[in-house]
Design a protein around this ligand. Structure first.
Ligand code: SF4
Length: 346
């Protein structure tokens, strides 16, 4: 086991101990849900939740007129919704993105501790130095980055639009500097043939999926389709029937004729998958092949920090407000708006 993996395991265990919400009795949870609904209304707030968050939060977002989606749609929804307050259930860069795009709105999160290994692995100063070494390249960063890293970029992309953007830039003869996810960046490079220089970052959840585990599972379910998020390693992507963002995975599950699906992404997505196609069976892609270092539950420890309890708390008492320096926000907004405009044109 490498030191990095051991560290990841320790972080995971630590976070799980610190933040797993106590399972309350059903009637208490119902009361909590009702309180949150009333507070959202009273505070003119809307709940924007990512597919990887707890199913209870996703259901609440849907029941209260909010949104459950991938980070691209979360950004667009938050910007266009008339509510004066956005409550973003997800990880910190999602709250920052919401604030950058809607500086006039108040943005809260159930917790400010929920981060992302991609964001952590791409410090703004080191990234700026990397960009300075390659001034001839167009800087494309994944949405899973801090406001400061976005401010240094020419383009921000999400996994649902990365291929289209890089393909377009390549057709314009531009060379790309990509950060931070090396697996997604490499996938984009392979698919588009563009000249892409990669930053060395990875998602601790998707990196754990194992090709051998999927092959073994396919022996049991030979007719199952394999749906893979492109933050996964190349060997896993190579086994996919469909590679795509969370939304693209949900659409593929709906459209493919297969009755069983092996899914390589965070298992929070199973709520929406089951809701979209209740007659199909979804199997989580294994993370424990031979020589595996982790039996992860394919569950992002930071997404799991969002819970009914801290959501109610933040709505009741405020706090956990996202603040972005206005100058930085203005710079970061440009590549974000470029992405949203590009997506709208498509
Ligand atoms: S699943 Fe991976 S990319 Fe998504 S927030 Fe968690 S660590 Fe980041």
């Amino acid at each position: 086991m490498t030191e990095q993996v051991i560290a990841q395991e320790l972080v995971r265990e630590h976070l799980a101990k610190l933040h797993s919400p106590t399972q309350r009795p059903a009637e208490e949870r119902e009361a909590l849900r009702e309180r949150i609904k009333a507070l959202l209304k009273a505070k003119n707030a809307v709940l924007v939740a990512h597919y990887y968050t707890d199913p209870e939060l996703q259901a609440l977002a849907e029941e209260t007129g909010g949104c459950v989606s991938d980070s691209l749609e979360m950004a667009r929804f938050g910007r266009d919704h008339p509510a004066s307050t956005l409550v973003v259930a997800g990880v910190k860069f999602m709250g920052e993105t919401a604030k950058i795009l809607s500086p006039e709105k108040t943005v809260h999160m159930p917790t400010l501790e929920a981060t992302c290994s991609l964001d952590i692995g791409c410090p703004a100063d080191e990234f700026a130095a990397f960009c300075d070494q390659h001034p001839d390249r167009t800087v494309v960063v994944y949405a899973n980055t801090s406001a400061a890293v976005k401010a240094r970029a020419d383009w921000v992309v999400t996994s649902s639009i990365a291929l289209d953007v890089v393909d377009y830039l390549d057709s314009e003869g531009q060379k790309i500097l990509w950060a931070p996810d090396k697996h997604l960046g490499d996938y984009v490079r392979r698919e588009t043939g563009a000249d892409v220089l990669l930053w060395d970052g990875a998602c601790i959840v998707h990196e754990e999926f194992k090709a051998q585990g999927i092959l073994d599972l396919k022996k049991v379910y030979p007719d199952a389709a394999v749906l893979v998020h492109p933050e996964s390693p190349e060997s896993v992507v190579a086994l996919a029937d469909v590679v795509g963002s969370t939304t693209q995975i949900i659409n593929a599950a709906r459209d493919l004729p297969n009755k069983q699906m092996i899914v390589a992404t965070d298992q929070g997505i199973f709520y929406k998958l089951q809701q979209t196609v209740p007659d199909k069976e979804f199997l989580i892609a294994p993370t424990a092949g031979s020589g595996a270092t982790c039996r992860s539950c394919a569950n992002c420890p930071w997404m799991a920090m969002n819970a009914l309890e801290n959501l109610a708390e933040v709505l009741e008492h405020g706090g956990n407000e996202i603040v972005v320096d206005p100058d930085l926000g203005e710079k970061a907004m440009k590549p974000l708006v470029r992405m949203l405009d590009f997506a709208a044109r498509r």
